[in-house]
Design a protein around this ligand. Structure first.
Ligand code: IFL
Length: 467
């Protein structure tokens, strides 16, 4: 995700601070005595502790199982690529955990090998591995990281060789065989910031060009009311579904339109973002009991098809604010924060019409912390720090297990029921969002930065001066 240049941020700060904050929130914010830097130190300490568990029990493996101390592979089914390690690197760096970062760097130099005869999700592998290596490269400048990011992107490239330019969902890392043309906006359009960066750093335009072609091919198939549906055939370009959503399957498509503008200065991306966002704001807003929600609707008729909200959509308030709709973004984030207030941790599914969870799990999700961080970057309101603090403290209370932080099987039970899973994005996303939100670290440029959908910092890391 991204921030505006200083001037724009200052303007937005005024707009939000003067207009949109409810009196209750303002009062609570001004009475807040939280020691933010101490909280930042605590985040760093949790990261250091969880990393030591991973180092001891699952070193080089994809994901630790925090309850049993075992491990699981992802994105390959039967082979590990060190996913957690790659995802964690820029977070370790920004926290100043330099020995841990150096240890991880050494592993990538000596052990990383992508020539595996197995299939990966093109989308997941790009945002996590290509993005993770690029952000680690941004942190330390080691050329081996860029070479590895490029190696992985080269292995993903065959997926884009379709008649429409929209990628197949899976590719074999060794043979280049692809499969599954039935895809969605997010899996088509979540490449440009990483792949544009790769082109900039390597001088090879192919990465940028395939990513741009895919995102544009999707945009060109929007409905007359400027909405995208949820499933499309990448070979024929024909829609296979009708549901328009800002959640799963669509979320980061919109995010990367904005990010293409913010990180790469691509005016086409800005235009596409504005068109899509106008469509969403015109047809998809629904206010109930003073709260703003975005139901799923039919992409041609705008008829509501579901009031069931996907937790993944809770990032969207931060994006709306970044794109200039500050009050709407704040209102949507407050709607989700009220669900957090009620359950402690967001359920994976929540129906705002019945005010009931529809899926009681939570896969250690970062989205609300992501929105809080992005809103705070724009206006510096303590309201968003408080949303992030509550997210962090609930995680410490309910998700901490013997060997790390774990997902929740049921957020409605007390104590919450834990499952045995630590998705690698946890190391790249919320731990970084919390730390940046609380610490005011000099290693990060708070006025000019870019974080990807996976929390990978591709602009804004500040290397300490050498003495
Ligand atoms: O991989 C993560 C990323 O934020 C994303 N979607 C879901 C994951 C986190 O919940 O784009």
């Amino acid at each position: 995700m991204t921030t505006f240049p200083l001037k724009r941020r200052t303007l937005l700060a005024g707009a939000i601070a003067l207009g949109a904050l409810p009196a209750r929130t303002l009062a609570a914010a001004s009475a807040d005595t939280t020691d933010w830097h101490a909280l930042g130190d605590d985040v760093r300490e949790q990261m250091r502790w969880a990393w030591s568990q991973y180092r001891e029990r699952a070193w080089g493996l994809d994901q630790i199982r925090p309850v049993s101390g075992g491990a699981e592979s992802f994105p390959l089914k039967t082979h590990h690529l060190g996913l957690t390690l790659i995802e964690a690197m820029d977070t370790l760096w920004v926290m100043g955990l330099d020995a841990e970062f150096a240890d991880a760097l050494e592993w990538t130099k000596t052990r990383l090998d992508f020539a595996i005869d197995g299939e990966v999700s093109v989308f997941e592998t790009s945002i996590r591995i290509v993005g993770g290596l690029l952000s680690a490269h941004h942190a330390c400048g080691d050329p081996s990281l860029l070479a590895q990011a490029r190696d992985m992107a080269d292995r993903l490239l065959p997926a884009f060789a379709t008649p429409t330019g929209m990628p197949h969902r899976f590719v074999n890392l060794k043979t280049g065989a692809t499969r599954d043309p039935a895809t969605n906006p997010a899996e088509v359009g979540t490449f440009l910031p990483e792949w544009g960066t790769l082109s900039r750093l390597t001088g090879d335009p192919r990465y940028h060009d395939v990513a741009k072609r895919a995102v544009t091919a999707m945009f060109d198939r929007r409905s007359k009311i400027d909405l995208l549906a949820d499933t499309i055939d990448a070979d024929t370009g024909r829609w296979l579904g009708r549901r328009a959503s800002v959640g799963s399957g669509a979320d980061s498509y919109y995010e990367y339109l904005w990010d293409g503008w913010q990180l790469l200065g691509d005016a086409d991306c800005k235009r596409m973002y504005d068109v899509c966002t106008r469509g969403i704001l015109a047809h998809q807003q629904d206010r109930r009991d003073g709260r703003l929600w975005f139901p799923d609707i039919d992409f041609e008729t705008a008829k509501i098809v579901s009031t069931d909200q996907d937790e993944l959509a809770s990032f969207y308030g931060g994006l709306l604010a970044q794109g200039g709709a500050a009050e709407t973004g704040a209102a949507y984030t407050r709607a989700w924060a009220s669900v957090q207030d009620r359950f402690g941790i967001l359920p994976e599914g929540y129906d705002y019409a019945t005010a009931q969870p529809t899926m009681v799990t939570n896969a250690l999700r970062p989205e609300l912390a992501d929105a809080a961080f992005n809103l705070w970057l724009l206006d510096r309101s303590p309201e968003w720090r408080a949303v992030g603090r509550d997210h962090f403290l609930a995680m410490k209370r309910w998700n901490r297990a013997r060997y790390g932080y774990t997902a929740i099987a049921d957020v409605t039970q007390r104590p919450m029921l834990q499952s045995d899973h630590c998705p690698a994005y946890w190391w790249s996303e919320q731990m970084k969002y919390y730390y940046l939100l609380f610490s005011d670290t000099p290693r990060f440029n708070y006025a000019d930065n870019y974080l990807s959908t996976e929390g990978n910092v591709l602009r804004g890391l500040i290397r300490p001066a050498r003495h």
